[in-house]
Design a protein. Structure first.
Length: 312
């Protein structure tokens, strides 16, 4: 039986200084992607990826188009060096969903760059207006983490909720500081192995992003979405997006809803996927998939070496 591939694309937090430089120097197809982003944004995002300053690369308004660009530059290089076939699904974690939509020809690269730049701006603004944070809860069932959030919200009167169902035993929570601290305390009490505060000041995938969701809804009004050539499994529903209207709604709801990564991966597994190919910086998603389904084949493509040795 031939491999059935799922292309998966990482989200924010996977960026690193120097990402994509070797691809840019080796493959003309990758260079075109970086150069187009530089032109669209009116500044050298490529230089920021390759040389920094690191602090600016980690600013969400830059991080989001940087990861999108690097991931798609890798994808273009991979396609030109290898005959990639048997692609059953595409999916991305949070920001990575935009990369998946471009890879599936659902949205143009230019529109995606503009949207994620605006998404980053809107999220940063929402974070300034409604400060919050995030924490990873390890070694506790997702249902128990959700109960800790509900209890913390009731006790403090503040917002806290599950943001990412990443893998069995790894759930991320997001919300206002007081409620977040209480949820972390309750998670420890309920038996979490570790509770780790994340180095972010934005409560992604929570109701604190409602103003960003409203702004994004306006930003996507004039964007043209096509019928996807590859089914994209949505973060919010963990099912394939069927038409352009569903894509619009997904991108808005995604900002205030949890990323259902476990359910998304299981959906793809249950529909015949045999290999997950993570394309872009890092291997975060591959590690999560190993926890979800230890025996499934996984591979990473994020640099020249990965492109050259890739096979499926």
């Amino acid at each position: 039986m031939p491999n059935r591939l799922a292309l998966i694309f990482p989200g924010q937090g996977t960026q690193y200084l120097g990402m994509g430089r070797d691809l840019y120097e080796r493959y003309p197809e990758a260079r075109v992607v970086f150069d187009e982003t530089d032109e669209l944004l009116g500044f050298k995002l490529s230089k920021l990826c390759f040389e920094g300053p690191e602090e600016e690369l980690h600013d969400t308004i830059n991080t989001q188009p940087a990861i999108l660009t690097m991931s798609l530059a890798t994808f273009q290089a991979l396609k030109t060096q290898h005959h990639v076939e048997g692609i059953a699904f595409a999916a991305g974690h949070s920001l990575g969903e935009y990369t998946a939509l471009v890879a599936s020809d659902n949205i143009s690269f230019a529109d995606a760059v503009r949207l994620v730049r605006e998404r980053g701006r809107l999220m940063k603004k929402a974070g300034q207006e409604h400060p919050g944070g995030m924490a990873a809860v390890l070694g506790l069932e997702a249902e128990v983490v959700g109960e800790a959030c509900r209890q913390a919200g009731e006790e403090t009167g503040k917002v806290v909720q599950v943001a990412n169902y990443n893998s069995p035993g790894q759930t991320v929570v997001s919300g206002e500081q007081e409620a977040l601290e209480k949820a972390m305390e309750l998670a420890r009490y309920k038996g979490a192995r570790r509770v780790v505060r994340l180095a972010v000041s934005i409560a992604s995938h929570s109701r604190l992003m409602e103003s960003a969701a409203r702004g994004l809804r306006q930003a996507i009004e004039d964007v043209v979405f096509q019928e996807a050539k590859i089914p994209v499994v949505a973060n919010v529903t963990a099912k394939p997006l069927r038409n352009p209207e569903e894509v619009r709604e997904e991108l808005v709801k995604q900002l205030i809803s949890p990323v259902r990564w476990v359910d998304s991966v299981r959906y793809m597994l249950n529909h015949g996927v045999t290999t997950f190919v993570e394309i872009g910086p890092g291997d975060v998603l591959s590690k999560l998939i190993k926890r979800i389904e230890p025996g499934v084949e996984r591979t990473n493509v994020g640099d020249v070496a990965g492109v050259e040795i890739w096979s499926a």
